[in-house]
Design a binder for this molecule. Structure first.
Ligand code: UDP
Length: 240
């Protein structure tokens, strides 16, 4: 949509794609598609390329689900990145995939590791690092990720920082096969940020809950009307 592809997968198919990627011989990315990112990609060629080169683009935002319905008449399910990450961790624990967590503050990162180890016994978290690393420190981090032998790398730097990081550094990693951009998910796992209660989630109003509980996001959501308008314009011009 609007130059950004989206894979119409459900959670099961997304997890099968992860298995295929782990068994493959190339590093692949998993990125979340939401209205904010689609609009940002209109003016950011590097983000646009990162999205177009991704191994899997999950329909993360409800806006994307509605846009797919409007443009293509397809009824697809939402696959939130914040649900896919724990599901990948469960699969990793089951199948012995090695995992690395990069991003968020040191405290949140440490806490997320503790929580995941408790929740998915046997999970091999072979390394982790906070997300506040300057360019000078990057070669050491890349070496640490490589040495850890991690096959799955979760990157939590927020968007578009994490997508740009992957575009630059993923080709330098030799063992990683799956790299998911997870935004603020470590904060949720660490218990610092609560996901919306089921009432909001079931009514497809998770975005509204985040808007009222994290007002700093209000500015970021001004793109929603622009996205809606652009989708309808594309529909009318029949060039989705
Ligand atoms: N973050 C980071 N390094 C940075 C900037 C941000 O590790 O240089 C982390 C930040 O601590 C937070 C996450 O990135 O854990 C961003 O979360 P946010 O909810 O803003 O991301 P979104 O899912 O909205 O893209």
């Amino acid at each position: 949509m609007l130059g950004v592809p989206v894979d119409c997968v459900d959670m099961d198919r997304a997890l099968s794609a992860v298995d295929d990627m782990v068994a493959g011989d190339q590093p692949r990315t998993i990125l979340a598609v939401n209205p904010e990112k689609v609009m940002k990609a209109q003016n950011d060629p590097v983000l646009s390329r990162a999205l177009n080169d991704a191994g899997l683009l999950i329909p993360d935002g409800i806006g994307v689900v509605y846009a797919v319905r409007t443009l293509w008449g397809e009824r697809i399910a939402r696959v939130p990145g914040s649900e896919l990450m724990p599901a990948i961790c469960a699969r990793a624990a089951e199948r012995g995939y090695k995992v690395f967590l990069f991003g968020a503050s040191r405290e949140v990162n440490d806490q997320a590791v503790v929580k995941l180890r408790a929740q998915y016994p046997g999970i091999q978290i072979v390394g982790h690092h906070d997300g506040y690393v300057d360019e000078a420190g990057m070669p050491r981090l890349i070496e640490a990720i490589d040495m850890s032998g991690a096959q799955i790398l979760f990157v939590a730097l927020g968007s578009p920082k994490q997508e740009l990081w992957m575009e630059k550094y993923l080709p330098r990693l030799h063992h990683v096969r799956v790299c998911q951009g997870v935004g603020g998910t470590f904060d949720v796992i660490a218990g610092r940020v609560r996901r919306a209660p089921a009432l909001f989630r079931n009514a497809n109003l998770e975005w509204f809950y985040r808007l009222i509980t994290e007002p700093r996001r209000a500015l970021r959501q001004v793109v929603l009307p622009q996205f809606t308008l652009a989708v309808f314009r594309a529909k009318l011009s029949s060039r989705p």
